[in-house]
Design a protein around this ligand. Structure first.
Ligand code: BTN
Length: 255
């Protein structure tokens, strides 16, 4: 793997056959000095985690599961709300350029193919008072048929690359493509080009969606776009445009 990732700004790599969660490993490593771009990969995760406290299943030999340690610079700290979309954009670019696919981003950061979830992203931060010690971005992609989570465990329909393409995909090649795109888009974080690229791939644009918030009642509206801080712009009944912050929210299309 080291060879296939050569030339990328990844100073150190820790690869595991099996681990609890690559995010946990990356966060522990960050606490003991992991450099920016340090990469943790695993073939299997026994305690993979998703957003909103959910489980993320990574079966042996079937998926991509990796985490990057980031030490954002001052300009990147201005755009923290764009870091997990950066991961989604990187996965989209890899799928477009490597496999001719047409992925979409379900705000804030799930990657969909043919309307089904292919990839999830978990961003975690290590704050010490007001100081951001490190970010860990964890990306999980369903690659081969065996990667699909058990039907009873998914809240949104899932798919994998093998199903969509009709043939198997080399996971190392996919990993390289995602990481190349990640570092390219990272250099454009917060630019008009970045925001346009995200918006062009936004799923359900012009369609009605419902946003479920951990605390309050769901909000329904039409997806208009994203704003420069990464908030979702929704047009609600009466024509007013509101902004929704990423966080403990879940977006679903209205049937
Ligand atoms: C989600 O869709 O809820 C986010 C899923 C994130 C899964 C990835 S797999 C690599 C990394 N390690 C984890 O434990 N989670 C992330």
């Amino acid at each position: 793997m080291r060879r296939s990732l050569s030339g990328l700004p990844i100073p150190e790599i820790r690869s595991f056959d099996s681990i609890g969660s690559t995010n946990d490993e990356a966060m522990a490593w960050a606490e003991t000095g992991a450099p920016d771009g340090a990469l943790v990969t695993a073939d299997t995760q026994t305690a993979g985690r998703g957003r909103l406290g959910r489980r993320w299943v990574t079966q042996p030999g079937t998926a991509l599961a990796f985490s990057l340690v980031l030490h954002p610079g001052p300009e990147e700290i201005e755009h923290l709300g764009l870091i997990s979309p950066l991961g989604a954009l990187a996965v989209c670019s890899a799928l477009e350029e490597g496999y001719g696919l047409c992925p979409r981003i379900k705000w804030p950061n799930d990657v969909l193919l043919e309307g089904r979830k292919l990839c999830g992203i978990l961003l975690e931060a290590d704050w010490q008072a007001d100081f951001l010690r490190a970010l860990v971005i964890g990306i999980g992609v369903n690659v081969l048929a065996g990667s699909l989570p058990p039907a009873g465990e998914v809240r949104f329909p899932a798919t994998c690359l093998e199903t969509v393409l009709g043939h198997a995909v080399d996971r190392e090649d996919l990993l390289r493509r995602v990481l190349v795109a990640f570092f390219e888009w990272r250099g454009k974080l917060g630019t008009a080009r970045f925001l346009q690229a995200w918006e062009e791939r936004l799923a359900f644009k012009g369609q009605a969606v419902s946003i479920e918030n951990a605390g309050g009642p769901p909000v329904t509206g039409m997806v208009v776009g994203v704003d420069p801080s990464g908030d979702l712009c929704l047009r609600v009944d009466g024509g007013e445009e509101i902004k929704v912050k990423a966080g403990d929210v879940r977006l679903r299309p209205v049937e």
